[in-house]
Write a protein that binds this ligand. Structure first.
Ligand code: K2U
Ligand code: ZN
Length: 173
């Protein structure tokens, strides 16, 4: 198990479309493990492979919040949204690649997703609540989309400028 470095926006790798996973290998299992460890350490409730500079269509999630919640990690390989509800939900989103920045994003309240699990089995499930928000946020990462892409240009530009300043300070440290 190893903690991975999380890319910070702006970074061209966060804007790329990730490649489909061909097969579940030992390396992929190790990557999923490392992503879960990195997510819990952040802490976060989701993480997509491009955020750790791996351009594979792989995401991990565990939206069971709270200290005493039993961890319920889920690994989704090549996830696809099959259906979205008419009903929409607004959630104040954050992103581990855009630290300390939060903004309201409206998304479908419920989504049906198909994916392959680590056993190579095809799965299909409906997500609602925070799980629905999170899985859409993570699948966006696989398509090079960040939550700030849903904001007005001026707000997005302000956040990007703040991240550029943060990265300059991190480089000096
Ligand atoms: O992909 C990521 O950067 C992890 C995201 C996942 C997420 C964002 C918005 C809404 C739901 C999930 C977060 O940084 S995880 C941090 C977090 C924790 C609790 C609630 C919202 C965000
Ligand atoms: Zn994110």
């Amino acid at each position: 198990m190893a903690l991975k470095n999380i890319l910070i926006h702006p970074d061209p790798r966060l804007k790329k479309v990730a490649d489909p996973v061909a097969s579940v290998t030992e390396d992929l299992r190790r990557l999923a493990d490392d992503m879960l460890e990195t997510m819990y350490d952040a802490p976060g409730i989701g993480l997509a492979a491009p955020q750790v500079a791996v351009m594979n269509r792989l995401i991990v999630m565990d939206c069971e919040k709270g200290e005493d919640a039993t961890p319920d990690p889920i690994v989704l390989i090549n996830p696809q949204v099959l259906w979205t509800s008419e009903e929409r939900n607004v959630y104040e989103e954050g992103c581990l690649s855009i630290p300390e920045q939060y903004a309201e994003v409206e998304r479908p309240a419920e989504v049906e997703v198909a994916w392959m699990d680590l056993a190579g089995k095809t799965r299909r499930e409906r997500f609602d609540g925070l799980w629905a928000t999170c899985v859409q946020h993570e699948i966006d990462h696989l398509d090079g989309r960040l939550f700030i892409d849903y904001l007005k240009p001026l707000r997005r530009q302000m956040i990007t400028r703040k991240m550029q300043k943060l990265k300059r300070e991190m480089a000096r440290a």
